[in-house]
Design a protein around this ligand. Structure first.
Ligand code: G6P
Length: 609
């Protein structure tokens, strides 16, 4: 998704801005640009495609200047091309924007009626025009930005410069993140800490409706009422090492292999021999959880799949009713909220616009409280939740989520165990679940050893157009996650079905060209699943079966293959069986030669609706 970097420094800022944009590349984008002020001139370079393409244009014709703004754009209004790329200019102003302005059409029509000529199809350009007009009429840049954002509907994080005020950058946020990087004699703005970590680890997170003005020596933030406010400076724990690719070919591969450590970190100091340790969800967390009579879990994408796994777990072990819903649906419908319901938001980034909006909407729906399961401590979702449980996956760069998912499962495993224990789960069963959860890192480690066999399996899929994924019970969401991974990065059309639904429609698609990938761990539903697989086999479909241990799968893969692994027990098997799904998608994509870490059209953190 779009990224922002801005800087005011004594040194020339263009190289810093470009380095910042490179650190944001993982978010997904389709064009990039920078604008730098130099003695009253605005130098600008923009290009469709990767940052390096824009960088080579800059290097062919470099420009000096200590005040600048930069952007990676993920197209929403208008195709990805140079004209629509940010920064946008109007009169004395250049501006970059993340988010969507919903009332831009009427603002644009008014400006056009007044004679303004637009050069792009974007919603952003109207802001540049409005701010420029106001600066021309005598307002300072900050006053002009403040007056302009008051008339906007929608979501924005912006950074603005004016040739009339060299040495100043003004930023504002509402509904999209923006933060300040505090340096020595230089200051920065960025849409996430990753963009700034190369220049400073001192970060101020802006609040909703804040306007900020940075110069080389000062940072001044103004709150919603326009009065100066103080915001705390945080030391970011991000390091540039955490975002190095090391020996791996892609970030996604590195992140798949980091899972044993990431899951171990997520469980560390949170679970002991007697179960979950006190108050890991925050002060007062255990008392609140003891009152819960049901849960609504809201998330998007991969995080939604983690929520679906948790539904099976919590309903089985804690006997509490759980609804799981994608945030974009939940936020616009009148969900019934029974008394005592806990709202749970799951989000890797903590900035996904739909999830955040759903959480805000939940405030007026009478929940018992809100719990965030998230990977970014300073994110909006975490800051706005009553209770929080951080996943400790570390930065995830690959757009297709991997370690974020398994660490979410580890966190949801802790939540399940706590809820179940409080509701009197039998001691022996509780101890078994606790020990399975503690084994999750080592079982994932073992599953990673399957990589050579999975590379062979990947060959079966590379020339296919479609694939079906099947699972039953708690493994159905794992099949969904497997299908999502494959479609995201290999562009093979993949669908997941609860295996029992096969005969109600998708069986019509099965022939020798349709590979069927089945997740088949041991458990009460294994025999049922095997019958479903016979239905595929009888129609000549090619089966790739991931089976637990020595469980008999006889005759089920006369075409295709059976890959045997150890799920580590019924409770943690969804996390362990996810690993081969990730590796399969990864290797199919590598063999097909796609852009694994930045698949086309997708973004890492979707901060627009
Ligand atoms: C985007 C990403 C997915 C992610 C989803 C939800 O679509 O590409 O990988 O699962 O957003 O993101 P979140 O940060 O809220 O978990």
């Amino acid at each position: 998704m779009c990224g922002i970097v801005a800087a005011v420094a004594q040194r020339d800022v263009a190289p810093l801005l470009i380095a910042g944009l490179k650190a944001l590349e993982y978010r997904g984008y389709d064009s990039a640009g920078i604008a730098v002020l130099d003695h009253g001139d605005v130098h600008r370079v923009r290009a469709k495609g990767k940052v390096r393409e824009m960088e080579s244009l800059y290097l062919a014709n470099p420009f000096p200047g200590g005040t600048g703004i930069a952007h990676t754009r993920w197209a929403t209004h208008g195709v990805p091309n140079e004209a629509n790329a940010h920064p946008h200019t109007a009169g004395n102003v250049a501006l970059v924007h993340n988010g969507i302005i919903e009332n831009y059409a009427s603002l644009r029509a008014e400006l056009q009626a007044g004679g303004h000529v637009f050069t792009s199809e974007t919603d952003t350009e109207v802001m540049a025009a409005l701010i420029s007009e106001r600066v021309e009429s005598g307002m300072s840049l900050r006053e002009a930005v403040t007056a302009t954002v008051r008339g906007l509907e929608g979501a924005y994080a912006i950074a603005v410069v004016s040739s009339k005020e060299p040495g100043h950058v003004v930023g504002a946020r509402h509904g999209a993140p923006l933060l300040v990087g505090v340096g020595i004699g230089e200051h920065f703005l960025g849409s996430d800490a990753q963009a700034l970590i190369q220049v400073t680890n001192k970060i101020i997170y802006l609040e909703e409706h804040d306007v900020v003005e940075i110069t080389r020596d000062h940072v001044q933030i103004y709150g919603r009422d326009g009065k100066p406010v103080e915001r705390a400076v945080h030391e970011s724990e991000l390091s540039t090492d955490a975002v190095e690719r090391g020996e791996y070919r892609h970030y996604m591969q590195k992140e798949i292999f980091e899972q044993p450590r990431a899951v171990a970190d997520t469980l560390e100091a949170r679970i002991g021999p007697n179960g979950v340790l006190p108050n890991i969800f925050g002060v007062g967390g255990d008392e609140l959880l003891a009152k819960v009579k049901g849960l609504h879990i809201i998330a998007c994408g991969t995080s939604y799949h983690a929520g679906l796994v948790a539904k099976y777990w919590i309903e089985e072990y804690a006997r509490l009713p759980v609804n799981v819903e994608v945030a974009s649906e939940y936020r616009y419908r009148e969900a019934v909220v029974p008394e005592g319901t806990l709202f749970v938001a799951i989000s890797q980034s903590g900035e996904t616009a739909d999830t955040l909006a759903a959480m805000r909407e939940s405030r007026r729906r009478g929940y018992l409280g809100t719990l965030a399961i998230c990977n970014v401590p300073e994110s909006s979702v975490v800051r706005e939740a009553d209770l929080k449980l951080m996943t400790r996956a570390g930065p995830e760069i690959g757009v297709a989520s991997t370690k974020a998912f398994t660490t979410q499962l580890a966190a949801l495993g802790l939540l399940t165990l706590q809820l179940a224990h409080q509701r009197g789960l039998d001691g022996e069963r509780h101890a078994d679940l606790a020990s399975q959860l503690q084994r999750m890192p080592s079982m994932i480690e073992k599953a990673l050893e399957l990589e050579p066999q999975i590379i062979e399996l990947a060959e079966h899929l590379i020339h296919r157009q479609h694939a079906l994924f099947l699972g039953r019970g708690v493994q159905y969401p794992v099949a969904m996650e497997g299908a999502l991974k494959l479609k995201e990065i290999s562009y093979i059309h993949a669908e997941a079905y609860a295996a029992g639904e096969l005969k109600h429609g998708p069986l019509a698609l099965v022939d020798e060209d349709m590979p069927v990938i089945a997740v088949a761990p041991n458990g009460p539903l294994l025999d049922k699943l095997k019958s479903n697989l016979q239905e595929v086999r009888a129609r000549g479909g090619e089966l790739l079966v991931f089976a637990d241990g020595e469980a008999s799968m006889d005759g089920n893969a006369s075409r295709g293959a059976i890959l045997r692994m150890d799920g580590g027990g019924e409770f943690i098997a969804p996390a362990v069986f996810t690993v081969p799904m990730q590796l399969l998608a990864y290797h199919v994509a590598v063999l097909r030669g796609t852009d694994v870490d930045q698949p086309r059209n997708l973004a890492k953190s979707v901060t627009v609706e």
